[in-house]
Write a protein that binds this ligand. Structure first.
Ligand SMILES: NC(=O)c1ccc[n+]([C@@H]2O[C@H](COP(=O)([O-])OP(=O)(O)OC[C@H]3O[C@@H](n4cnc5c(N)ncnc54)[C@H](OP(=O)(O)O)[C@@H]3O)[C@@H](O)[C@H]2O)c1
Length: 293
């Protein structure tokens, strides 16, 4: 049986294995030119302020990079549903037109992460309080694509945040990015993904850059991504723990959005998969149980 059949599930969906044991109790879109800006509401300290009532007015604007992607789109939808204003960074306006329904809280801006931090800083502008990065290189003959997008692209976003004073950064990364150090060099997923331009290595380097940048980060490392609705509860583990398993993109988006309002998520790397056998736990418990080294 082929392990990697489609782009939507690149890890073996049937074999959830952990390199450390799981403890029992863990459980109107509107298109604006880049220069568009509205009155800024800056973050206090490193934490995002409380969200208003759903549908109520809120000045918070979250920038989503890779907003037209399978996970990015879900992040945008969930943010809007929770009352956030969203600035969706996209490469392709035409694709964005079909991806999003009309919503006065949604602004769409051009943001190709390979075009440098100055252009990204223009797109982020003065009104973004936090950034969620859900970019990922698209398969092509360009073996450097992972480095251009998943490494330099993410660095460009971090630098753009610095230029704009954005203090909160959520990155969607991947389990097994540190597979070599975990003794997972022969893990088929680790081999397969790195065959395509060493994408896991590129992602790990980007993670390390973020961690040294001083920005308040949450790095979310999901297992294999599925478009199906959630079929189990979230398992959240510390970095370099999970070496298999899968999770619905809906849940990955939820973790990214919830990280914004949970101080327990600050300065942490979390690995996530889902399992029907896992107990349901609140996000306070999930993030709170992660002890960052
Ligand atoms: N697939 C898996 O099983 C799996 C497992 C673990 C982690 N991950 C990671 O999770 C993240 C989300 O995965 P996904 O499958 O939801 O991704 P996806 O659907 O492939 O979306 C990736 C997004 O990145 C955007 N992008 C690509 N190059 C860009 C550039 N130069 N500038 C700006 N945006 C760019 C794409 O733009 P367009 O929409 O214009 O193409 C797309 O919106 C990725 O980082 C991926 O590596 C995936």
């Amino acid at each position: 049986m082929a392990i990697f059949l489609t782009k939507t599930c690149i890890f073996h969906p049937l074999s959830i294995s952990l390199s450390k044991s799981i403890t029992p109790n863990f459980p109107l879109y509107k298109i604006h030119p880049i220069s568009f800006s509205v009155k800024a509401t800056k973050m206090e300290e490193s934490e995002i302020k409380e969200v208003g009532e759903a549908g109520g007015s809120t000045q918070k604007k979250i920038f989503v990079a890779g907003a037209t992607g399978s996970t990015g789109k879900r992040i945008v939808e969930q943010l809007l549903a929770k009352g956030y204003s969203v600035k969706a960074g996209v490469r392709d306006f035409e694709k964005a037109k079909t991806a999003f329904s009309t919503n006065s809280a949604l602004e769409i801006v051009k943001a190709d992460v390979t075009e440098g931090s100055d252009k990204l800083a223009e797109a982020i502008s003065d009104d973004s309080e936090a950034l969620i990065c859900a970019t990922g290189f698209q398969r092509s003959w360009d073996l450097l694509a992972p480095w251009k997008v998943d490494y330099y692209g993410t660095l460009n976003l971090v630098e753009a945040c610095r230029k704009r004073g954005v203090k909160r950064f959520i990155l969607i990364s991947s389990i097994l990015v540190n597979g070599a150090a975990m003794g997972q060099l022969l893990n088929p997923a680790y081999i397969f993904l790195n065959v395509f331009g060493l994408v896991l290595v590129a992602k790990l380097q980007a993670e390390n850059y973020i961690r040294k940048s001083g920005i308040n980060y949450t790095i979310v490392r999901p297992g294999g991504l599925k478009n199906d609705p959630p079929s189990g509860n979230i398992i959240m583990e510390p970095e370099d723990t999970l070496s298999g398993g899968s999770i619905s993109r809906d849940q990955v988006a939820e973790v990214a959005v919830e990280a914004l309002n949970h101080p327990e998520a600050s300065y942490k790397v979390v690995e996530i998969i889902a399992s029907p056998d896992a107990p349901k736990r609140s996000f306070e418990e999930l993030f709170g149980a992660i002890k960052q080294q």
